[in-house]
Ligand binder design. Sequence first.
Ligand code: FAD
Length: 540
Amino acid sequence: MGFSARYRTAALSTVSGITYDLCIIGGGITGAGIALDAASRGFRVLLLEKRDFASGTSSRSTKLIHGGLRYLKQMEFLLVGQVGRERALLHRLAPHLVVPEKMMLPLIRGGQFGRLTTSIGLRLYDLLAGVPKADRRKMYGRTSALELEPLLDPARVLGCGLYAEYRTDDARLTIEVIKAAHRQGAICLNYCEVESFHYDGSHLNGVIFRDTVSGTRHSVSSRATVNATGPWVDQLRQQDHTLTGKHLFLTKGVHVVVPWKKLPLRQSIYFDVPDGRMIFAIPREQVTYIGTTDTPYEGDLSGIDIDTEDIRYLLQAVSHMFPRTELWESDILSAWAGLRPLIYEPGKSASELSRRDEIFISKNGLISIAGGKLTGYRKMAEKVVNLIIKRLTIPYRPSATSELSLCKGQFTSEHDVSLFRKHIAALLTDKGLPVEKSGYLVHRYGGEAESMINSLSHSAQPIDLLLAELQYALEQEMVLFLPDFFIRRTGMYYFDPVAAGEAIEAVAEKCAGYLNWQEAYRQTAIAEMRHMLENRWRYC
Ligand code: FAD
């Protein structure tokens, strides 16, 4: 049976009778990584996610696998080195999904970076991250900078640096890690909310959770329990009655998406904002996205508001750097807001707080992990599992995740990916489908793209291809609701909302058949999805 709703129902029917070595709460990248690490070391693992996998911060990041140039500025050399090397490793494990991307750092008259400091800084960044010689930073003068990026302001640009980063799709990376954990034997369930803990004396030995689809409650026993709930970490610590000492400080980060033709950048760019911060603008398929803000947040964790101040800040930043572009609020296609679960440090502002991860172990035994980055998920997982091995005196087996491919072994390099993309383009042509879809399919589904296309008849329509993606998502990626598919499995909600709107009926019909939806529910699901798409600034 695939990783589907049917598998989920079957797993739920037996989940209570088992004592797990490890119960992980939270199905973002942190929980997913821990599940994969632990299951591949022979642990019996259960992962519970209260909504969809990656529905928290792990689908709302800047979608970069990066060494964190800003951390170099904060003199966090160890962090830069660690995550920098991790980038290349993640690229090796999932070359279709962690893709090299040159990042431009423009040098601007009156900006915070001079040529010499930038040149030295980027060189140090490369050294710490172990970047191969051919890929190291290059510095350019004014003329070349303007050739590389004609949208820069000729009156102020002095030159630029170009350095190596990687881009990804955070929600897809998370689902791939979840699927890899499933292949290693972990039970990973979405829409299962942990409501309380149970204890043997003062020792935490399991959780009670509710399947939010059926409403049924289950009690499970576990030898160790990890709280990997990102922004919700302190809520769970509170439920364990052990929220003392260090605590979270949440900051909100907003991104906006505009049509590429409105901000037709030739490559990704990391640029100065007048208040001394830096933001990214990243072209992706038919759009460019811009972010992020970084402001303290104390509101509702599940419905994060994007206010006009956030939008104004990002649009002003763009017009400051690219004065010849005209971007208006009405150009915004979509937006998302994520919460950074940072560790509070007295006297420090949002932007100054460290992005390091930190582990708290409560007197009852609840292991909470907070902070960190998408990029560092594998090392964080290894650290948590090593700690559990020590506490449970389980025989030590080293982590194997540095060798566990996240694409079922199809690709070993970027070259393989680009050859495969050509092959997919040929298959698309053969079926009468737009060849431009090859990048979309390969970067999302890797080798699975081939069987999706092969399942189609000749002279297929684009909607047939989307339905083939849906079939795969239903059978292999535990899609239960429309937003799971439109937001996190395909990203269409953010990056191609018009096409998403046009496909709702067809997608809902197929979901209804596969998931046994009643007609009344199908209608409600369509109406809710439409409402979300029409208000896609608010539902973030
Ligand atoms: P989450 O993804 O939030 O996962 C926690 C999960 O726990 C949620 O899905 C939630 O539903 C679930 N949960 C909560 N309570 C319960 C419960 N009671 N029962 C069951 N489940 C529960 N990092 C990078 O490396 N590169 C970047 O480009 C980058 N950009 C960023 C930009 C922004 C704006 C932000 C905010 C962060 C960015 N980061 C980036 C950091 C990175 O996104 C986060 O570190 C990472 O996604 C956190 O993942 P997580 O699994 O810890 O938390």
